[in-house]
Ligand binder design. Structure first.
Ligand SMILES: Cc1cc2nc3c(=O)[nH]c(=O)nc-3n(C[C@H](O)[C@H](O)[C@H](O)COP(=O)(O)OP(=O)(O)OC[C@H]3O[C@@H](n4cnc5c(N)ncnc54)[C@H](O)[C@@H]3O)c2cc1C
Length: 382
């Protein structure tokens, strides 16, 4: 087992981090205050190749293997302080790009992947409904086959990117019964399709720069060739995409925690109270050691999941463990950073309180921490 990165991997990390630091941090505090998604930053990321990282080059992507992918995303989170942008990129990559890349026909990939990779299209997955969060497969949104098209009816909520998205991967029951096993479909619905309405943007606790709203489907008609896979493939599509999502959605968080750790060490050496640097007090130094331990463990879990993906192994435990641990570590790291900075950390201008608000969402999206524990427990036969 080799824990050292090659020179190429180190250079890639440095290049991604330098790009993110230079191009993505413009007025993050102001944009957070205004709940402002930056289309400019989105386009800069696309130009750099982020939105298409795992996609084969023939469809406009970067052909990155899973470990390279993790390195790029970790570096992005190290350089970029806009947690909302990082999350919108993740939602696009894992709930729109990935299902199309893994399950689309050649025609579907040719039709949508180049735009999703070059940033001209923004995508997202729509699974959650007002009555179904963790119990996602209990959904009521339906898709009825009518000749050569499907008629979608229902609604989805908490849909990231919805206010700005061009493509929605909507999950709906295709079976006459509500038993979704073998009766769940996944449909690519384009913005502007009659019957699709986008709700007003939600105001939320954090991730202000990542827009979110409901979507409503009122007899929304899509061609049958806008369904991914077969009529009953929805559950496999969702589970496979979730496996990728849980492995990588928090890769940027590892970079963010590295930045937190470095910031904490620097502040603890610089800030003096009672005639000494606060880092000389064990209450502070031990807190920083805990930040470092969580960072190291988070990084190991991320690359274990990436390595398992690279080997094509089933990664259910690895991906849930990465998602669970990194999300909770990110919350703890943000809180530690706030604590070490005292009142200054509590001020908006420090950017630290925003990082804590942004972090808390990570224990809900892509399946809550409780659900990740349930998944791991069930894999253990419990
Ligand atoms: C920032 C953000 C972005 C999101 N983006 C999207 C998106 O783009 N697309 C999309 O479809 N959805 C999205 N979601 C929704 C997300 O998937 C759901 O929030 C998540 O699945 C949990 O559902 P819920 O919030 O309704 O909580 P509920 O399922 O109602 O759970 C409430 C509480 O009960 C616990 N609980 C529920 N069931 C169990 C159980 N069996 N065992 C133990 N505890 C349990 C939960 O852990 C939680 O603490 C987003 C959510 C957030 C916060």
């Amino acid at each position: 087992m080799d824990f050292e990165w090659s020179d190429d991997q180190r250079n890639l990390y440095q290049a991604c981090a330098a790009f993110a630091r230079a191009q993505l941090n413009d007025d993050v505090v102001g944009r957070d205050r205004r709940h402002d998604f930056s289309r400019h930053a989105w386009e800069m990321c696309a130009k750099f190749g982020i939105q298409g990282l795992p996609v084969p080059a023939e469809f406009g992507g970067g052909d990155a293997d899973p470990v390279t992918l993790a390195i790029c995303l970790e570096a992005l989170g190290y350089g970029c302080k806009d947690g909302g942008l990082l999350f919108s990129l993740g939602a696009h990559l894992w709930s729109a790009v990935t299902p199309l890349w893994r399950f689309g026909t050649v025609e579907q990939k040719q039709r949508w992947l180049p735009g999703l990779c070059d940033g001209s299209l923004i995508g997202v997955g729509a699974m959650t409904e007002p009555g179904t969060g963790s119990d996602a497969f209990a959904m009521t949104t339906s898709a009825r086959l009518d000749g050569d098209h499907y008629v979608l009816h229902g609604g989805k909520t908490f849909i990231t990117n919805a206010p700005v998205a061009d493509l929605f991967l909507v999950f709906a029951t295709t079976a006459a019964t509500t038993t979704v096993v073998g009766g769940l479909g996944c449909f690519v619905v384009e913005r502007g399709t009659p019957g699709l309405t986008i709700g007003k943007p939600f105001r939320k606790m954090g991730l202000h720069t990542s827009p979110m709203s409901e979507i409503f489907l009122d007899n929304c008609v899509v061609d049958a060739d806008q369904m991914l896979g077969s009529p009953g493939a929805g559950m496999a599509i969702f589970n496979t995409s979730m496996d990728w999502e849980r492995s990588f959605i928090l890769a940027p968080a590892v970079g963010t925690m590295q930045r937190h750790f470095e910031q904490a060490v620097a502040y603890a050496k610089d800030r003096h109270q009672f005639g000494q640097p606060i880092g000389s007090y064990q209450a502070i130094s031990h807190r920083i050691v805990n930040m470092r331990l969580r960072l190291d463990a988070a990084r190991l879990l991320l690359y274990r999941a990436a390595e398992a993906k690279a080997r094509g192994r089933s990664t259910r435990i690895e991906s849930s463990a990465a998602k669970l641990f990194i999300s909770e570590a990110l919350v703890a790291s943000s809180h530690d950073l706030l604590h070490i900075h005292g009142a200054y950390g509590y001020m908006e201008e420090s950017g630290i309180e925003r990082e804590l608000r942004d972090a808390i969402a990570s224990t809900f999206y892509s399946g809550t921490s409780d659900i990740q524990r349930n998944i791991i427990a069930s894999r253990l036969g419990l």
